[in-house]
Design a protein around this ligand. Structure first.
Ligand SMILES: Cc1cc2nc3c(=O)[nH]c(=O)nc-3n(C[C@H](O)[C@H](O)[C@H](O)COP(=O)(O)OP(=O)(O)OC[C@H]3O[C@@H](n4cnc5c(N)ncnc54)[C@H](O)[C@@H]3O)c2cc1C
Length: 291
């Protein structure tokens, strides 16, 4: 394993100075469950690891009914399912947090690290997209906001500049009659990477039947997580039933453009995209109706 320096800045400004000085030779570390593995396998060349866990903004977890949830980039997954408010209001996030690795990994791993690692199969990304999360990014020139679905640009690639870091996710408060779900298919029960993952959310009208707003997001079927807008169009403004869910699932399936690899063939993944979309919508509907 290569030698590197370690810094644990106590505020954002200090971290940004370090990134500005070291450029691509520095990396932010949240949980280290991807980064340390990559450094140990000599897949990352770096001089400095900047620990995010001492920076208050990166560890923030707060909710208010007008702005919604602020989820710091380095907050570990276990804090989601220990929080009753998040469990109730952001169920899709809790679904994803409970699936990443196992208990030990969830004690360290963050959604910020999951997104910045930018794997096409990352479990948090479709869930964040289903919940309409926006990234707050800080750099030496100020801050900017990017919707999660626009953050990754390819496998392992994203919109961050070398002098920037991800501060937090800003996630709107759920509307009345809202439900969301994330699920994935893996060949084993745990400790594997998604063959396909699907995040969905539904907001129903006051009649509890008509779809006011929908979001469907697929992971591991393209170089980056897909937001399948055309599947949402299939649902919006219509009364939801199993037939309508099947139609939306067929549209999502048609949007999938996966590759074949050791985890599954292209055809298998396309099939799974339809099945998982149907199941994610059914569970979202149950949750929207409070069943
Ligand atoms: C045994 C095991 C099982 C796993 N299972 C799963 C799984 O089921 N599903 C899954 O999706 N992943 C899984 N992973 C991968 C990994 O645990 C997740 O991707 C995790 O969410 C990464 O978060 P982290 O906080 O540890 O990131 P880190 O390792 O700290 O960082 C990952 C990358 O993001 C960058 N980064 C981190 N924070 C920031 C920031 N604030 N700003 C800018 N860049 C940042 C780092 O520089 C690095 O490039 C597994 C890993 C292991 C070792």
């Amino acid at each position: 394993m290569q030698a590197f320096e370690y810094a644990a800045p106590k505020n954002l400004a200090e971290a940004l100075v370090l990134l500005e000085q070291k450029g691509t030779n520095a990396r932010i570390m949240s949980g280290g469950t991807d980064l340390i593995v990559q450094v140990r396998e000599n897949r990352r060349d770096l001089e400095l690891i900047v620990d995010g866990k001492k920076i208050p903004e990166l560890m923030e977890l707060s909710y208010d009914s007008s702005d919604g949830l602020t989820l710091g980039a380095s907050v570990p997954c276990y804090r989601f399912y220990e929080n009753e408010q998040i469990e109730k209001l952001y169920p899709g996030l809790v679904d994803a947090a409970s699936l990443i690795g196992g208990t030990a990994i969830q004690n360290r791993a963050s959604f910020g690290g999951n997104l910045c690692n930018s794997s096409p199969a990352a479990d948090s990304i479709p869930a964040l997209v289903a919940h309409s999360a926006v990234c707050l990014i800080a750099g030496s020139n100020g801050t900017r906001k990017v919707p999660v679905e626009d953050f990754c640009t390819g496998p392992g690639k994203n919109v961050l500049e070398p002098n920037e870091l991800l501060v937090s996710f800003l996630i709107p408060p759920p509307a009345k009659n809202f439900g969301a779900h994330y699920l994935r298919f893996i060949p084993r029960n745990e400790m594997d990477i998604a063959v396909v993952g699907c995040g969905a959310s539904l907001e129903l009208d006051d009649d509890n039947k008509t779809v006011k707003h929908a979001r469907i997001s697929l992971g591991a079927v393209a170089p980056t997580t897909l937001l399948v807008g055309e599947a949402a169009v299939e649902l919006e403004g219509k009364q939801i039933d199993n037939g309508l869910i099947e139609k939306a699932a067929a549209v999502a399936k048609a949007a999938a453009r996966p590759i074949s690899d050791m985890r599954g063939t292209k055809e298998y993944r396309v099939h799974l995209a339809g099945v998982l979309t149907r199941r994610a919508l059914q569970k979202s509907l149950e949750r929207a109706k409070g069943v």
